[in-house]
Write a protein that binds this ligand. Structure first.
Ligand code: NAD
Length: 455
């Protein structure tokens, strides 16, 4: 199958590369010449585990090319995937200007039957809009507009694409259905379920799924707050809940609140859709509000444990919104760090992959060569991103370089005993604080309560 992918970002690049790995002939197009130049030079504009290697093998096999030229990338293709951004508009609604621009760009070059497929996350009815736009620009074109939302997660994107929980395809066009079946045959033959439905349903599946996950996160985060008040252990609560097959253990890790380029924007976009349809989405509203508030209070949480931050140093370990990516969009660090600075703290930081992207976003921060360097002279060391490398930190060394041996772990990476044995006071999320020294216990126990009271 000959495939074009328009938009070579986190989703488009992974989609294009993986489709090539499935045996298709793929050209990935992007409006940014520097991105395409880098890819053509053998580089990669994003960090995603395994991606550089897969791009290399697919290019060598002659199945994957990169271009800025939409014309030559469209005319001979059976399928065109649109994978451009759909960022939030002023009222939380999805900004579809990039989608419309991509559709307008490809329209003049359509030839023969083509499936125009939205990979981007788009609100219900966007497929209808694209169809109308293309009909207007190219009334003669033979095409079907298909919805095929993407569910990959940054950090495990290749595995997610190649072994998806499901593939969702929305179209009533029979030729497009057959074409989509053929594109994904290697995955469905290997057992991936295919959900074939109408376009509007397909568009909504993506938002309904993301909003549900957002609800799950906000739910466990609030349960964790309650655990802090009541002296219960949220990790064990989550374990006890998650063993119930109706609930499931995944996405029950309390933490600093959800970020990234999907959950915050997709919940807001769904709420906007609900408003437009006059259907109140109270549960999603609450999840979104709880998350915003949680991220806003992160610095207060730190101050409640570490005390007045004026003139003191705080080390922040991890900047990206999650581990396994360099993506800084809606990262909790962008809320926490400026607020720490506003409270007078000097912030030192380290992130294994995110520092380049973070530099321009976090003025006044000292970017350090590793976690120990970041912790030097710190009154508190805060773990913000769940990087695997942080799990194997030498905690004794951390305790030695810090001015105050206090670890505030917003990802629950450690067993409290292990941390206190290394000589650090330990405050995590939804678990009783653990003191290396007597003074620690009293100072840390009421952390969450004081953070909320102070807000
Ligand atoms: P991104 O910003 O990383 O990539 C978008 C790319 O499209 C950019 O490289 C941009 O230059 C390019 N582009 C914009 N307009 C163009 C045009 N007219 N022609 C050619 N290229 C153009 O975005 P992303 O994270 O890959 O997300 C893309 C879509 O996929 C969004 O709708 C998002 O919600 C959805 N999605 C993202 C993820 C994720 O984890 N990032 C997961 C599932 C779905």
């Amino acid at each position: 199958m000959k495939i074009g992918v328009i938009g070579t970002g986190y989703v488009g690049l992974v989609t294009g590369t993986c489709l090539a790995a499935l045996g298709h002939e793929v050209v990935c197009v992007d409006a940014l010449p520097q991105k395409i130049g880098l890819l053509n030079d053998g580089g990669c504009p994003i960090y995603e585990p395994g991606l550089v290697e897969l791009i290399r093998t697919q290019r060598q096999a002659g199945r994957l090319t990169f271009s800025t030229e939409i014309a030559e990338s469209v005319s001979d293709r059976d399928a065109l995937f649109i994978a451009v951004g759909t960022p939030p508009g002023p009222d939380g609604e999805a900004d579809l200007s990039y989608i419309r621009a991509a559709a307008a760009d490809l329209a003049p070059h359509l030839a023969g039957f083509t499936a125009v497929i939205t990979k981007s996350t788009v609100p219900v009815g966007t497929g209808d809009q694209i169809e109308a736009l293309l009909a207007d620009l190219r009334p003669d074109a033979d095409l079907a507009v298909v919805s095929n939302p993407e569910f990959l997660r940054e950090g495990s994107a290749i595995g997610d694409f190649m072994k998806p929980d499901r593939i969702v395809v929305g179209t009533d066009d029979l030729r497009a259905r057959e074409l989509m079946r053929a594109i994904y045959a290697p995955l469905t033959d290997a057992g991936a379920p295919l959900v074939l439905t109408d376009r509007r349903t397909s568009e909504l599946i993506k938002y309904a799924a993301n909003a549900f996950l957002a609800v799950k996160i906000s739910y466990i985060n609030e349960i964790a707050d309650l655990c802090e008040e009541l002296g219960a252990d949220a990790v064990r609560v989550a374990e006890g809940m998650g063993l119930d097959a109706r609930i499931g253990a995944r996405f029950l890790d309390p933490g600093p609140g959800f970020g990234g380029s999907c959950f915050p924007k997709d919940t807001d976009a769904l709420l906007s859709t609900g408003r437009a349809a006059a259907v109140p989405l109270r549960v999603v509203t609450a999840a979104s509000e709880a998350n915003r508030e949680r991220k806003r209070l992160l610095a207060a949480r730190v101050a409640a444990v570490a005390g007045d931050l004026k003139g003191r140093t705080v080390a922040v370990l991890g900047l990206t919104f999650k581990a396994g990516t360099d993506d800084m969009r809606e990262a909790a660090s962008l809320e926490l760090i400026p607020e720490l600075q506003r409270r007078g703290a000097h912030v030192r930081t380290f992130d294994p992959k995110g520092m380049e992207a973070a530099r321009g976003l976090l003025p006044g921060v000292r970017f350090c060569r590793d976690a120990y360097d970041a912790a030097r002279g710190a009154s508190a060391v805060v773990i913000l991103t769940e990087w695997g490398a942080f799990r194997s930190l030498d905690l004794k060394r951390l305790a030695k370089v810090a001015e105050t041996p206090l670890l505030i772990d917003l990802r629950n990476l450690f067993d409290p005993d292990e941390v206190t044995r290394a000589g650090l006071d330990y405050v995590s999320i939804g678990r009783p604080a653990a003191a290396a020294r007597d003074v620690g216990e009293e100072r840390t126990l009421g952390a969450a309560r004081s953070a909320r009271a102070a807000a």
